[in-house]
Design a protein around this ligand. Structure first.
Ligand code: PTJ
Length: 259
């Protein structure tokens, strides 16, 4: 890994990039994962690299769903395994979710390496190695485990491909995703789309559990029932527009109007 000084103004972003590169070198992350990270970085810039209130709201609803689910599954791909392996294990433990390695560019070697990586961080059981073609997609992309994603009622799939997200949503599962691009097919097809960087989103979700776990089922359902994913996506676009206008004004020396 390149040594990034902690006082570098872009420390967080550069460290995330290093983690993805290391993931590729260790055989966890696909090479395509590099371009996915780059696309994410660009959208994060537009958001101001912060968790916007509507994303925090989506994170809250996502945790409610994981706590309410009978069979919640957290799907782990090569980017997520490189960026937040410890946090994924922690979130699964706190919400009673099953972890399943579920890859778009699937190879048995990469699945096994990611399973081992999650176990290194304390996961006792990780599914994915016995996946069968059960989704309504062409062969390799269709593979999930019968006792995992296939039979889950709530699936948390950060950074998912649009086709697979749609296939899951059509199976009467509640699908939660994290995607910095509010225009992606994944963000538009999932039931709950968190427009935030996975590194921030997962930590927020972990931090939300202790308070949400104290609520009754009906209080958790209230959060879910009042949620509107279209509004959340529209708000993310609005935040990006406002952030760009602010930056444009700064550049031109125009004072932004006071709220
Ligand atoms: O490990 P595999 O084989 O399952 O492959 C994983 C990737 C991510 C390569 C694969 O699913 C893929 O190609 O995804 P896409 O279609 O590039 O979509 C990734 C989406 O995630 C894009 O919309 C990015 O903007 C977004 N994204 C990338 N990095 C982050 C992110 N969103 C949140 N946090 C990030 N760190």
């Amino acid at each position: 890994m390149t040594d990034i000084p902690k006082n570098h103004p872009r420390y967080e972003s550069l460290m995330a990039r290093e983690k993805i590169v290391s993931g590729v070198e260790r055989g966890l992350t696909s090479r395509q994962g590099l371009t996915a990270q780059g696309r994410g970085e660009a959208f994060d810039y537009l958001l101001g690299e912060k968790t916007i209130p509507s994303a925090y709201h989506a994170e809250t609803v996502a945790v409610c769903l994981l706590l309410l689910a009978e069979k919640p599954v957290i799907s782990v791909n090569g980017n997520a395994a490189a960026l937040v392996p410890k946090e994924l294990v922690k979130l699964a433990e706190l919400t009673g979710s099953v972890l399943e390695v579920n890859l778009f560019h699937r190879t048995p070697e990469r699945v096994s390496k990611i399973v081992a990586e999650l176990k290194k961080y304390g996961a006792s059981c990780v599914l994915g190695e016995n996946a069968e073609p059960l989704l309504n997609l062409d062969h390799e992309r269709a593979k999930v485990e019968r006792n995992g994603i296939f039979s889950a009622d709530v699936v948390f799939v950060p950074l998912e491909d649009g086709d697979r997200c749609k296939a899951l949503a059509e199976m009467e599962k509640l699908v939660v995703t994290v995607d910095l691009n509010p225009l992606s097919r994944t963000a538009q097809t999932a039931h709950v789309s968190i427009v935030d960087n996975l590194t921030r989103a997962i930590q927020n979700m972990i931090d939300l559990v202790p308070d949400l776990v104290l609520l009754s089922e009906s209080e958790l359902w209230d959060f879910v029932e009042q949620y509107d994913n279209k509004m959340i996506l529209a708000d993310a676009l609005e935040e990006m527009k406002e952030h760009l206008t602010e930056k444009q004004n700064e550049l031109m020396g125009i004072e932004s109007p006071k709220e």
